[in-house]
Design a protein around this ligand. Structure first.
Ligand code: HAM
Length: 409
Protein backbone atom coordinates (compact mmCIF):
# COMPACT_ATOMS: atom_id res chain seq x y z
CA UNK A 1 0.00 0.00 0.00
CA UNK A 2 1.34 3.40 -0.87
CA UNK A 3 0.90 7.02 0.07
CA UNK A 4 0.00 9.30 -2.81
CA UNK A 5 1.31 12.84 -2.45
CA UNK A 6 0.85 15.91 -4.62
CA UNK A 7 1.41 16.36 -7.50
CA UNK A 8 0.68 12.61 -8.08
CA UNK A 9 -2.58 12.93 -6.16
CA UNK A 10 -3.58 15.84 -8.41
CA UNK A 11 -2.96 13.66 -11.44
CA UNK A 12 -4.95 10.87 -9.76
CA UNK A 13 -7.97 13.15 -9.30
CA UNK A 14 -7.61 14.43 -12.86
CA UNK A 15 -7.71 10.81 -14.07
CA UNK A 16 -10.95 10.22 -12.16
CA UNK A 17 -12.37 13.50 -13.50
CA UNK A 18 -11.70 12.49 -17.11
CA UNK A 19 -13.36 9.15 -16.44
CA UNK A 20 -16.38 10.82 -14.82
CA UNK A 21 -16.66 13.06 -17.85
CA UNK A 22 -16.51 10.15 -20.36
CA UNK A 23 -18.95 8.00 -18.35
CA UNK A 24 -21.20 10.98 -17.58
CA UNK A 25 -21.51 11.75 -21.30
CA UNK A 26 -23.03 8.27 -21.67
CA UNK A 27 -25.60 8.90 -18.94
CA UNK A 28 -23.83 6.90 -16.25
CA UNK A 29 -24.34 8.26 -12.72
CA UNK A 30 -21.81 7.74 -9.96
CA UNK A 31 -22.31 5.16 -7.22
CA UNK A 32 -20.29 5.11 -4.01
CA UNK A 33 -20.35 1.68 -2.42
CA UNK A 34 -18.92 0.88 1.03
CA UNK A 35 -15.34 -0.24 1.42
CA UNK A 36 -16.55 -3.34 3.27
CA UNK A 37 -19.31 -5.86 2.70
CA UNK A 38 -20.50 -9.08 4.17
CA UNK A 39 -17.98 -11.71 3.07
CA UNK A 40 -20.73 -13.65 1.27
CA UNK A 41 -21.19 -10.81 -1.22
CA UNK A 42 -17.64 -11.29 -2.46
CA UNK A 43 -17.85 -15.07 -2.41
CA UNK A 44 -20.18 -14.66 -5.40
CA UNK A 45 -17.20 -13.35 -7.34
CA UNK A 46 -16.05 -16.96 -7.45
CA UNK A 47 -15.22 -19.50 -4.78
CA UNK A 48 -12.52 -20.95 -7.03
CA UNK A 49 -10.67 -17.70 -7.69
CA UNK A 50 -7.50 -16.46 -6.02
CA UNK A 51 -9.24 -13.13 -5.41
CA UNK A 52 -11.67 -14.85 -3.04
CA UNK A 53 -9.71 -17.77 -1.62
CA UNK A 54 -6.28 -16.23 -1.10
CA UNK A 55 -6.37 -12.48 -1.45
CA UNK A 56 -9.27 -11.21 0.61
CA UNK A 57 -8.76 -9.00 3.64
CA UNK A 58 -11.48 -10.53 5.80
CA UNK A 59 -12.18 -10.24 9.50
CA UNK A 60 -14.91 -10.33 12.14
CA UNK A 61 -16.55 -7.11 13.30
CA UNK A 62 -17.73 -6.23 16.81
CA UNK A 63 -21.35 -7.33 16.24
CA UNK A 64 -23.12 -9.80 18.47
CA UNK A 65 -22.78 -12.31 16.99
CA UNK A 66 -19.73 -11.00 15.08
CA UNK A 67 -20.17 -10.75 11.32
CA UNK A 68 -17.60 -12.06 8.86
CA UNK A 69 -16.80 -9.12 6.58
CA UNK A 70 -14.16 -8.20 4.02
CA UNK A 71 -12.59 -5.16 2.38
CA UNK A 72 -13.81 -5.04 -1.21
CA UNK A 73 -11.47 -6.75 -3.69
CA UNK A 74 -13.51 -5.25 -6.56
CA UNK A 75 -16.78 -3.35 -6.91
CA UNK A 76 -19.01 -5.30 -9.32
CA UNK A 77 -20.40 -7.54 -6.57
CA UNK A 78 -21.04 -4.50 -4.36
CA UNK A 79 -22.85 -2.71 -7.21
CA UNK A 80 -25.08 -5.76 -7.71
CA UNK A 81 -25.76 -5.95 -3.97
CA UNK A 82 -26.66 -2.25 -4.05
CA UNK A 83 -28.98 -2.90 -6.99
CA UNK A 84 -30.80 -5.64 -5.05
CA UNK A 85 -31.25 -3.37 -2.04
CA UNK A 86 -32.11 -0.11 -3.84
CA UNK A 87 -33.91 -1.47 -6.91
CA UNK A 88 -33.23 1.50 -9.24
CA UNK A 89 -35.06 1.65 -12.55
CA UNK A 90 -33.50 -0.41 -15.33
CA UNK A 91 -31.50 -0.12 -17.42
CA UNK A 92 -29.39 1.17 -14.57
CA UNK A 93 -26.12 2.69 -15.72
CA UNK A 94 -23.59 3.54 -13.07
CA UNK A 95 -19.89 4.32 -12.70
CA UNK A 96 -17.49 4.25 -9.77
CA UNK A 97 -14.00 5.18 -8.71
CA UNK A 98 -12.06 4.14 -5.65
CA UNK A 99 -9.75 1.75 -3.85
CA UNK A 100 -9.92 -2.05 -3.66
CA UNK A 101 -7.86 -4.46 -1.59
CA UNK A 102 -6.22 -7.72 -2.57
CA UNK A 103 -3.52 -9.51 -0.64
CA UNK A 104 -1.27 -10.03 -3.66
CA UNK A 105 2.51 -10.12 -4.00
CA UNK A 106 3.29 -6.44 -4.54
CA UNK A 107 5.37 -5.44 -7.56
CA UNK A 108 5.34 -2.69 -10.18
CA UNK A 109 1.70 -2.38 -11.26
CA UNK A 110 0.40 -4.79 -8.61
CA UNK A 111 -0.47 -3.47 -5.17
CA UNK A 112 -2.47 -4.52 -2.13
CA UNK A 113 -4.50 -1.33 -2.24
CA UNK A 114 -5.16 -0.25 -5.80
CA UNK A 115 -7.67 2.06 -7.43
CA UNK A 116 -10.15 1.31 -10.15
CA UNK A 117 -12.61 3.26 -12.20
CA UNK A 118 -15.43 1.29 -13.78
CA UNK A 119 -18.94 1.17 -15.16
CA UNK A 120 -21.76 -1.33 -14.81
CA UNK A 121 -25.12 -1.61 -16.60
CA UNK A 122 -27.84 -3.72 -15.03
CA UNK A 123 -31.08 -4.82 -16.63
CA UNK A 124 -30.32 -4.72 -20.37
CA UNK A 125 -29.44 -7.72 -22.51
CA UNK A 126 -28.33 -6.20 -25.80
CA UNK A 127 -25.10 -7.08 -27.62
CA UNK A 128 -24.73 -3.48 -28.80
CA UNK A 129 -24.65 -2.50 -25.12
CA UNK A 130 -21.60 -4.74 -24.72
CA UNK A 131 -20.08 -2.81 -27.66
CA UNK A 132 -21.04 0.51 -26.01
CA UNK A 133 -19.45 -0.51 -22.70
CA UNK A 134 -16.24 -1.59 -24.43
CA UNK A 135 -16.25 1.65 -26.45
CA UNK A 136 -16.48 3.79 -23.32
CA UNK A 137 -13.31 2.19 -21.95
CA UNK A 138 -11.62 2.57 -25.32
CA UNK A 139 -12.55 6.24 -25.60
CA UNK A 140 -11.31 6.85 -22.06
CA UNK A 141 -7.86 5.51 -22.96
CA UNK A 142 -7.96 7.76 -26.02
CA UNK A 143 -8.88 10.74 -23.84
CA UNK A 144 -5.80 10.06 -21.70
CA UNK A 145 -3.71 10.08 -24.88
CA UNK A 146 -2.69 6.40 -24.72
CA UNK A 147 -1.95 4.90 -28.11
CA UNK A 148 -0.56 1.45 -27.31
CA UNK A 149 -3.69 -0.24 -25.98
CA UNK A 150 -5.01 -3.46 -27.48
CA UNK A 151 -8.43 -4.95 -26.92
CA UNK A 152 -8.80 -8.69 -26.45
CA UNK A 153 -12.27 -10.14 -26.88
CA UNK A 154 -13.85 -13.49 -26.13
CA UNK A 155 -17.17 -15.07 -25.27
CA UNK A 156 -17.53 -17.75 -22.62
CA UNK A 157 -20.90 -18.78 -24.05
CA UNK A 158 -24.08 -19.45 -22.10
CA UNK A 159 -23.70 -21.30 -18.78
CA UNK A 160 -24.54 -24.64 -20.46
CA UNK A 161 -21.95 -24.02 -23.22
CA UNK A 162 -19.40 -23.12 -20.62
CA UNK A 163 -20.23 -26.25 -18.60
CA UNK A 164 -19.76 -28.46 -21.68
CA UNK A 165 -16.49 -26.68 -22.40
CA UNK A 166 -15.28 -27.15 -18.82
CA UNK A 167 -15.98 -30.89 -19.09
CA UNK A 168 -14.00 -31.05 -22.34
CA UNK A 169 -11.15 -29.12 -20.75
CA UNK A 170 -11.18 -31.43 -17.74
CA UNK A 171 -10.87 -34.47 -19.99
CA UNK A 172 -8.09 -32.84 -22.01
CA UNK A 173 -6.05 -31.68 -19.01
CA UNK A 174 -6.55 -35.03 -17.23
CA UNK A 175 -5.00 -36.76 -20.25
CA UNK A 176 -2.04 -34.35 -20.11
CA UNK A 177 -1.76 -33.87 -16.37
CA UNK A 178 1.88 -35.02 -16.14
CA UNK A 179 2.98 -32.09 -18.25
CA UNK A 180 1.29 -29.47 -16.07
CA UNK A 181 2.96 -27.46 -13.31
CA UNK A 182 2.12 -28.42 -9.71
CA UNK A 183 0.15 -25.16 -9.32
CA UNK A 184 -1.94 -25.94 -12.39
CA UNK A 185 -2.55 -29.51 -11.20
CA UNK A 186 -4.09 -28.00 -8.09
CA UNK A 187 -6.04 -25.38 -10.05
CA UNK A 188 -7.39 -28.16 -12.26
CA UNK A 189 -9.14 -29.79 -9.31
CA UNK A 190 -10.95 -26.51 -8.57
CA UNK A 191 -11.56 -24.85 -11.93
CA UNK A 192 -10.06 -26.10 -15.20
CA UNK A 193 -10.83 -22.76 -16.91
CA UNK A 194 -8.32 -21.05 -14.68
CA UNK A 195 -5.55 -23.35 -15.95
CA UNK A 196 -5.88 -21.46 -19.26
CA UNK A 197 -4.86 -18.33 -17.36
CA UNK A 198 -1.55 -19.87 -16.25
CA UNK A 199 1.43 -17.74 -17.19
CA UNK A 200 3.91 -20.50 -16.22
CA UNK A 201 6.24 -21.63 -18.96
CA UNK A 202 5.82 -25.36 -18.07
CA UNK A 203 2.12 -25.08 -18.84
CA UNK A 204 2.33 -23.24 -22.13
CA UNK A 205 2.46 -26.26 -24.48
CA UNK A 206 -0.50 -28.04 -22.86
CA UNK A 207 -2.52 -24.81 -22.68
CA UNK A 208 -1.78 -24.08 -26.35
CA UNK A 209 -3.26 -27.43 -27.41
CA UNK A 210 -6.39 -27.18 -25.24
CA UNK A 211 -9.87 -27.18 -26.81
CA UNK A 212 -11.30 -23.71 -27.38
CA UNK A 213 -14.66 -22.37 -26.29
CA UNK A 214 -15.76 -21.45 -29.82
CA UNK A 215 -16.66 -25.06 -30.59
CA UNK A 216 -19.17 -25.13 -27.75
CA UNK A 217 -21.33 -22.03 -28.39
CA UNK A 218 -25.10 -22.44 -28.58
CA UNK A 219 -26.79 -20.62 -31.48
CA UNK A 220 -27.83 -17.78 -29.13
CA UNK A 221 -24.37 -17.33 -27.70
CA UNK A 222 -22.80 -17.38 -31.16
CA UNK A 223 -25.30 -14.79 -32.45
CA UNK A 224 -24.70 -12.55 -29.43
CA UNK A 225 -20.95 -12.73 -29.90
CA UNK A 226 -21.21 -11.97 -33.63
CA UNK A 227 -23.36 -8.91 -32.88
CA UNK A 228 -20.87 -7.62 -30.30
CA UNK A 229 -18.11 -7.86 -32.90
CA UNK A 230 -20.27 -6.13 -35.53
CA UNK A 231 -20.95 -3.32 -33.07
CA UNK A 232 -17.23 -2.84 -32.42
CA UNK A 233 -16.44 -2.88 -36.15
CA UNK A 234 -19.15 -0.28 -36.76
CA UNK A 235 -17.41 1.92 -34.17
CA UNK A 236 -13.97 1.30 -35.72
CA UNK A 237 -12.66 -0.20 -32.51
CA UNK A 238 -9.97 -2.74 -33.34
CA UNK A 239 -9.99 -5.98 -31.36
CA UNK A 240 -8.25 -9.33 -31.30
CA UNK A 241 -10.23 -12.49 -30.64
CA UNK A 242 -8.62 -14.38 -27.77
CA UNK A 243 -10.46 -17.67 -27.20
CA UNK A 244 -8.41 -18.41 -24.07
CA UNK A 245 -9.34 -15.17 -22.33
CA UNK A 246 -11.15 -16.38 -19.20
CA UNK A 247 -10.32 -13.53 -16.75
CA UNK A 248 -9.68 -13.93 -13.04
CA UNK A 249 -13.25 -13.85 -11.74
CA UNK A 250 -15.94 -16.50 -12.07
CA UNK A 251 -19.10 -14.53 -12.70
CA UNK A 252 -18.66 -13.97 -16.44
CA UNK A 253 -21.03 -15.29 -19.09
CA UNK A 254 -20.79 -14.65 -22.81
CA UNK A 255 -18.74 -11.49 -23.53
CA UNK A 256 -15.38 -11.05 -21.79
CA UNK A 257 -12.72 -8.53 -22.74
CA UNK A 258 -9.46 -7.07 -21.58
CA UNK A 259 -7.55 -3.90 -22.46
CA UNK A 260 -3.81 -4.50 -22.52
CA UNK A 261 -1.08 -1.89 -22.34
CA UNK A 262 1.72 -2.21 -24.87
CA UNK A 263 4.53 -0.99 -22.62
CA UNK A 264 4.01 -3.01 -19.44
CA UNK A 265 5.48 -6.31 -18.31
CA UNK A 266 3.17 -9.12 -19.47
CA UNK A 267 2.20 -10.21 -15.94
CA UNK A 268 0.85 -6.73 -15.22
CA UNK A 269 -0.21 -5.54 -18.65
CA UNK A 270 -3.99 -5.77 -18.14
CA UNK A 271 -5.06 -2.15 -17.86
CA UNK A 272 -8.63 -3.25 -17.33
CA UNK A 273 -11.23 -5.80 -18.19
CA UNK A 274 -14.79 -6.82 -17.88
CA UNK A 275 -17.67 -8.64 -19.46
CA UNK A 276 -21.22 -9.86 -18.99
CA UNK A 277 -22.29 -11.30 -15.68
CA UNK A 278 -25.98 -12.09 -16.11
CA UNK A 279 -26.85 -14.15 -13.03
CA UNK A 280 -24.79 -12.29 -10.44
CA UNK A 281 -27.74 -10.20 -9.24
CA UNK A 282 -29.78 -13.38 -8.81
CA UNK A 283 -26.95 -15.00 -6.88
CA UNK A 284 -27.15 -12.05 -4.51
CA UNK A 285 -30.87 -12.54 -3.92
CA UNK A 286 -32.30 -10.27 -6.63
CA UNK A 287 -34.44 -10.93 -9.71
CA UNK A 288 -33.06 -12.32 -12.97
CA UNK A 289 -31.06 -9.38 -14.29
CA UNK A 290 -28.57 -8.97 -17.11
CA UNK A 291 -25.31 -7.20 -16.27
CA UNK A 292 -22.27 -5.96 -18.14
CA UNK A 293 -19.37 -3.69 -17.22
CA UNK A 294 -15.65 -3.22 -16.77
CA UNK A 295 -13.10 -1.90 -14.33
CA UNK A 296 -9.81 -0.22 -15.23
CA UNK A 297 -6.80 -0.14 -12.95
CA UNK A 298 -5.83 3.45 -12.24
CA UNK A 299 -2.35 2.70 -10.89
CA UNK A 300 -1.42 0.55 -13.85
CA UNK A 301 -2.92 2.86 -16.44
CA UNK A 302 -0.91 5.76 -15.01
CA UNK A 303 2.24 3.63 -15.35
CA UNK A 304 1.32 3.09 -19.01
CA UNK A 305 0.82 6.87 -19.33
CA UNK A 306 4.33 7.41 -17.87
CA UNK A 307 5.77 4.93 -20.36
CA UNK A 308 4.03 6.63 -23.29
CA UNK A 309 4.78 10.13 -21.98
CA UNK A 310 1.13 11.19 -21.88
CA UNK A 311 -1.31 12.54 -19.27
CA UNK A 312 1.33 14.33 -17.21
CA UNK A 313 0.61 15.59 -13.72
CA UNK A 314 -1.14 18.96 -14.07
CA UNK A 315 1.03 22.01 -13.42
CA UNK A 316 1.17 22.66 -9.69
CA UNK A 317 2.13 26.33 -9.49
CA UNK A 318 0.84 29.26 -7.45
CA UNK A 319 -0.54 32.34 -9.24
CA UNK A 320 0.86 34.79 -6.72
CA UNK A 321 3.40 34.70 -3.92
CA UNK A 322 3.20 37.43 -1.31
CA UNK A 323 6.50 38.62 0.18
CA UNK A 324 6.12 40.64 3.36
CA UNK A 325 9.07 42.27 5.13
CA UNK A 326 6.90 43.95 7.78
CA UNK A 327 6.39 40.87 9.95
CA UNK A 328 4.01 38.61 8.03
CA UNK A 329 0.59 39.99 9.03
CA UNK A 330 0.15 41.80 5.68
CA UNK A 331 0.99 38.61 3.75
CA UNK A 332 -1.58 36.76 5.86
CA UNK A 333 -4.28 39.35 5.04
CA UNK A 334 -3.44 39.66 1.34
CA UNK A 335 -3.18 35.91 0.62
CA UNK A 336 -6.55 35.35 2.31
CA UNK A 337 -8.08 38.18 0.25
CA UNK A 338 -6.63 36.87 -3.04
CA UNK A 339 -7.67 33.28 -2.28
CA UNK A 340 -11.24 34.47 -1.64
CA UNK A 341 -11.10 36.10 -5.04
CA UNK A 342 -10.19 32.80 -6.66
CA UNK A 343 -6.43 33.12 -7.05
CA UNK A 344 -3.95 30.56 -5.80
CA UNK A 345 -1.97 32.75 -3.42
CA UNK A 346 0.85 31.59 -1.16
CA UNK A 347 3.28 33.21 1.23
CA UNK A 348 6.38 32.47 3.31
CA UNK A 349 6.28 31.75 7.02
CA UNK A 350 8.48 32.53 10.03
CA UNK A 351 9.29 36.14 9.06
CA UNK A 352 12.29 35.20 6.93
CA UNK A 353 14.62 37.64 5.14
CA UNK A 354 13.48 39.14 1.83
CA UNK A 355 16.09 37.03 0.03
CA UNK A 356 14.73 33.83 1.51
CA UNK A 357 11.12 34.88 0.76
CA UNK A 358 12.01 35.65 -2.87
CA UNK A 359 13.59 32.19 -3.16
CA UNK A 360 10.36 30.66 -1.84
CA UNK A 361 8.41 32.74 -4.38
CA UNK A 362 10.59 31.28 -7.12
CA UNK A 363 10.07 27.70 -5.89
CA UNK A 364 6.28 28.18 -5.78
CA UNK A 365 6.23 28.68 -9.53
CA UNK A 366 4.15 31.85 -9.07
CA UNK A 367 4.01 34.14 -12.09
CA UNK A 368 3.82 37.22 -9.87
CA UNK A 369 5.32 38.22 -6.54
CA UNK A 370 3.53 40.84 -4.47
CA UNK A 371 5.98 42.64 -2.21
CA UNK A 372 4.99 44.56 0.91
CA UNK A 373 7.66 46.56 2.72
CA UNK A 374 7.26 49.38 5.20
CA UNK A 375 6.94 51.99 2.38
CA UNK A 376 4.13 50.06 0.71
CA UNK A 377 2.41 49.49 4.04
CA UNK A 378 2.46 53.17 4.84
CA UNK A 379 1.28 54.20 1.36
CA UNK A 380 -1.45 51.55 1.09
CA UNK A 381 0.22 50.10 -1.99
CA UNK A 382 1.95 46.89 -3.10
CA UNK A 383 4.79 46.22 -5.51
CA UNK A 384 3.95 43.63 -8.18
CA UNK A 385 6.93 41.87 -9.68
CA UNK A 386 6.57 39.74 -12.81
CA UNK A 387 8.83 36.78 -12.00
CA UNK A 388 9.64 35.95 -15.61
CA UNK A 389 11.25 39.31 -16.51
CA UNK A 390 11.64 41.12 -13.19
CA UNK A 391 9.52 44.14 -14.21
CA UNK A 392 7.90 45.87 -11.26
CA UNK A 393 4.93 48.18 -10.83
CA UNK A 394 3.37 49.80 -7.80
CA UNK A 395 -0.39 49.42 -7.42
CA UNK A 396 -2.93 50.53 -4.83
CA UNK A 397 -3.88 47.74 -2.38
CA UNK A 398 -7.53 48.12 -3.40
CA UNK A 399 -6.65 47.47 -7.03
CA UNK A 400 -4.32 44.53 -6.30
CA UNK A 401 -6.40 41.61 -7.49
CA UNK A 402 -7.51 43.39 -10.69
CA UNK A 403 -3.87 44.29 -11.45
CA UNK A 404 -2.74 40.69 -10.82
CA UNK A 405 -5.45 39.25 -13.03
CA UNK A 406 -4.46 41.62 -15.80
CA UNK A 407 -0.85 40.49 -15.55
CA UNK A 408 -1.84 36.81 -15.47
CA UNK A 409 -4.05 37.01 -18.55
P1 HAM B 1 -10.16 -7.40 -12.60
O1 HAM B 1 -9.62 -7.91 -13.89
O2 HAM B 1 -9.94 -8.23 -11.41
O3 HAM B 1 -11.69 -7.15 -12.84
O4 HAM B 1 -9.56 -5.97 -12.32
C1 HAM B 1 -9.65 -4.93 -13.29
C2 HAM B 1 -8.34 -4.18 -13.36
O5 HAM B 1 -7.96 -3.72 -12.07
C3 HAM B 1 -7.15 -5.01 -13.81
O6 HAM B 1 -7.12 -5.13 -15.21
C4 HAM B 1 -5.99 -4.19 -13.29
O7 HAM B 1 -5.70 -3.10 -14.15
C5 HAM B 1 -6.55 -3.64 -11.99
N1 HAM B 1 -6.04 -4.45 -10.87
C6 HAM B 1 -6.52 -5.61 -10.39
N2 HAM B 1 -5.77 -6.04 -9.35
C7 HAM B 1 -4.79 -5.12 -9.17
C8 HAM B 1 -3.69 -4.97 -8.24
N3 HAM B 1 -3.47 -5.84 -7.26
N4 HAM B 1 -2.89 -3.88 -8.38
C9 HAM B 1 -3.10 -2.96 -9.34
N5 HAM B 1 -4.12 -3.04 -10.23
C10 HAM B 1 -4.95 -4.11 -10.14
C11 HAM B 1 -12.55 -6.65 -11.90
O8 HAM B 1 -12.21 -6.16 -10.85
C12 HAM B 1 -13.99 -6.70 -12.32
N6 HAM B 1 -14.81 -6.15 -11.23
C13 HAM B 1 -14.19 -5.95 -13.61
C14 HAM B 1 -15.61 -5.93 -14.06
C15 HAM B 1 -16.50 -4.92 -13.88
N7 HAM B 1 -16.24 -6.90 -14.69
C16 HAM B 1 -17.49 -6.54 -14.91
N8 HAM B 1 -17.67 -5.36 -14.42
Amino acid sequence: MRDVLAPDSTRWRAFQAVFAQVAGAGGYGEIMVPLLEDLDVFKRVGEATDVVTKEMYDFYDKGDPPRHIALRPEQTASVCRAFVQNRPQTPWKTFYAGPNFRYERPQRGRYRQFDQVGIEVLGADDPYLDAEVIAIGWRFFEALGLRQVTLLLNSLGEPADRAAYVTALQTYFAANVDELSDESKLTLTKNPLRVLDSKRREDSAVVAGAPTIGDFYSADAAAHFTAVQEGLRALDIPFTLEPKLVRGLDYYRRTTFEYQGGTLNSAQNALGGGGRYDGLVEALGGPETAGVGFALGLDRTLLACDDEGVFDAPADAADVFVVDTTGGMQALIITQQLQREGLRAERAYENRSIKSQMKAADRSGAAIAVIIGSDELEAGTATCKVMADGTQSVVARDDLSAAIRKQLS
